[in-house]
Design a protein around this ligand. Structure first.
Ligand code: FES
Length: 167
């Protein structure tokens, strides 16, 4: 091998090494950009104090741009341990308010004790179970955590894991 040839090989190897190191640094920089910032993560939570709710009252809140239905069940309505969120002696239905058929937003009709979807006539009972029409499954339960009388949407607590394990 000529001196010239050796020199060219050395330059090639050195250039490759610099490129590899540079690549590693830019990967670290990219990873920093990909990792969500704590504030962004915090923005994914919605906290709702359930203590002012009255029996039979339905509220709608927003979590990650999705409608969430919170229904404080009337004490006379039947308990459903597979779906109810219990806080003290009170029971709540908490579901994502998007029809499991094609994603319309059903409406709570207290007179029928049901969520009615106007798009194709689907119906869900007060527990969010599909009881009529084309919806193929119950309304989904969003990840949540109970913190005293507060519902924290977006975090998974033991109560959520229990319900999802049963579902
Ligand atoms: S989208 Fe609700 S019944 Fe079709």
């Amino acid at each position: 091998m000529s001196v010239k040839q050796e020199r060219r090989d050395f330059i090639g190897i050195a250039f490759g090494a610099v490129a590899a190191v540079g690549g590693a640094f830019s990967l670290v920089a990219m990873k920093k950009t990909w990792d969500p910032l704590p504030s962004v993560k915090a923005a994914g939570f919605t906290t709702v104090d359930l203590s002012p709710m009255k029996d039979g009252e339905m509220r709608q809140v927003e979590w990650r741009k999705k409608p969430i239905f919170i229904l404080k069940k009337d004490p006379n309505s039947p308990a459903n341990d597979n779906r109810d969120i219990k806080i003290g002696n009170d029971r709540y239905t908490v579901v994502i308010g998007l029809c499991t058929h094609l994603g319309c937003i059903p409406e709570w009709k207290s007179s029928k004790n049901a969520f009615i979807c106007a798009c194709h006539g689907g119906e869900f009972d007060a527990d969010g179970l599909n009881v009529f029409g084309p919806p193929p499954r119950p309304l989904d339960i969003p990840p949540f955590k109970i913190d005293g009388t507060k519902l924290v949407l977006g975090e998974t607590g033991p109560e959520y894991n229990k319900l999802v394990g049963k579902a």
